[in-house]
Design a binder for this molecule. Sequence first.
Ligand SMILES: [Mg+2]
Length: 218
Amino acid sequence: MLAWFFDLDGTLYSDRTGLWPAISERITRYLQRRLGLDADAAQALRRRWVAAYGTTLQGLMHEHPQAADPADYFAFTHNLPLEDYIAPDGRLREVLAALPGRRWIFTNADAAHARRVLRLLGVEDLFVGIIDVFAVGLQPKPAAQAYRRALRLAEAVPAEAVLVDDRLQNLTAARPLGFFTVWVARHPERSAASAVDAVVPGVYALRADVVLREARRR
Ligand SMILES: [Mg+2]
């Protein structure tokens, strides 16, 4: 049976909703407050940390362990009126419901945020569970351990695992572990696209038959 691992932010809903940019702005503000930086310095630090550690929170935990409080980080960065950004999405529901197998959320955010987003989109019942940053021991994607833990939690084997994510780095780390990788990217660079198994311009374009056909060709 296929096990689908879906990233949340930027994957299940589009960046065009404005939600991820709003979260991103709060992440920058959090660093400004926590570390006493101006906006430019905080943004530069985030870029460096995401490249080096995968996420801003990981950078904070590595380089400022005394200032890092993951629960506080998520409470602040996700403190937004989500209903102003996203609404029930019947088309998403149809696409997800048509995928055979078990569907999981696999996110570097926290489960509380994921649950709020899923409820607002009206698709919460289509997922068997949420694998969040705490479930992987605060060692999130793209750390190899995160994928191994996710497989274990989902009781899945790599040959049946599909990862759908909008961040290339998360996919290229999963692929050598055996995941079938689907990149959600509106404007993928061709050179980058060859580093994954499939590319879709948005989650609505996800079709099980395509994934299964490509998986068999591998
Ligand atoms: Mg994402």
